[in-house]
Design a protein around this ligand. Structure first.
Ligand SMILES: Nc1ncnc2c1ncn2[C@@H]1O[C@H](COP(=O)(O)OP(=O)(O)O)[C@@H](O)[C@H]1O
Ligand SMILES: [Mg+2]
Length: 219
């Protein structure tokens, strides 16, 4: 399956989610090919850091300006994860022609809902093409949700996302704002490697299994 992790805004958690997913899939015997189409290169920097530190599993992440549909479709037997930001819309549009789904992490605020709406508007024509050719989906979930349940922004953001034309699924499996994501990332590790029993790790695994339902029995 080819999954694009994208959002117009930086800091929404694209690279964090792409990286944690890549390691989780590899650890569960699903080989991954990653593409880092973001000039910030966070996803590929993380792969490099893991290699330097000799952490296993090792990740294969290609840092490139663009990737052709044919290249993406040539990775049979692999999960393909593509991290791409707004700085490279042309590459995102090309990748969309091959993708099975687009996953959009959205921080819980009205500004982020508007940014997501704008993003869907920009890629709208490409999404139409993607959907016309099969069962492709646009999925969103709230990342950096407040840990205090009485704060309403997360609910409001999910409700607003559900109303956006162009979003097929709003996953209820949100990730909360947990320092573990930031701290593990700076070591080249995932939350579930660094703190396997943490809430961050539990939330991440729940999200990963929702994204890959056939792997629900994995750790
Ligand atoms: N759920 C979260 N809780 C806490 N920190 C997070 C969370 N998701 C992402 N971060 C942190 O926020 C920063 C930006 O995330 P990043 O994945 O680089 O965003 P993007 O790739 O969308 O620009 C990073 O330091 C990352 O570790
Ligand atoms: Mg990034």
């Amino acid at each position: 399956m080819i999954t694009i992790i994208a959002n117009l805004k930086g800091g929404s958690g694209k690279s964090t989610v792409a990286f944690n997913l890549a390691v989780w899939l590899e650890k569960n015997n699903r080989p991954v090919i990653g593409y880092d189409l973001d000039p910030q290169c966070t996803f590929s920097d993380l792969a490099m850091l893991r290699r330097e530190m000799e952490y296993k599993p090792d990740l294969t992440i290609h840092s490139v300006r663009a990737v052709l549909k044919e290249q993406l479709l040539a990775h049979a037997g692999h999960e393909v994860l593509i991290d791409v930001g707004a700085a490279n819309l042309a590459a995102m549009k090309e990748a969309l022609t091959a993708a099975d789904r687009i996953l959009i992490p959205v921080p819980p605020s009205q500004a982020d809902v508007w940014a997501t709406q704008r993003f869907l508007h920009i890629i709208g024509p490409d999404l139409e093409v993607m959907k016309a050719s099969g069962t492709q989906q646009t999925m969103a979930f709230v990342n950096r949700a407040d840990t205090n349940k009485s704060i309403r922004e997360t609910h409001e953001t999910e409700a607003a996302l559900r109303l956006l034309p162009g979003i097929d699924v709003v996953l209820p499996q949100r990730l909360r704002l947990r320092t573990g994501f930031r701290r593990s990332l700076s070591e080249g590790l995932t939350v579930f490697e660094m703190w396997p029993r943490s809430k961050a790790a539990q939330e991440f695994r729940t999200l990963a299994k929702a994204l890959y339902p056939d792997m629900a029995g994995q750790s």
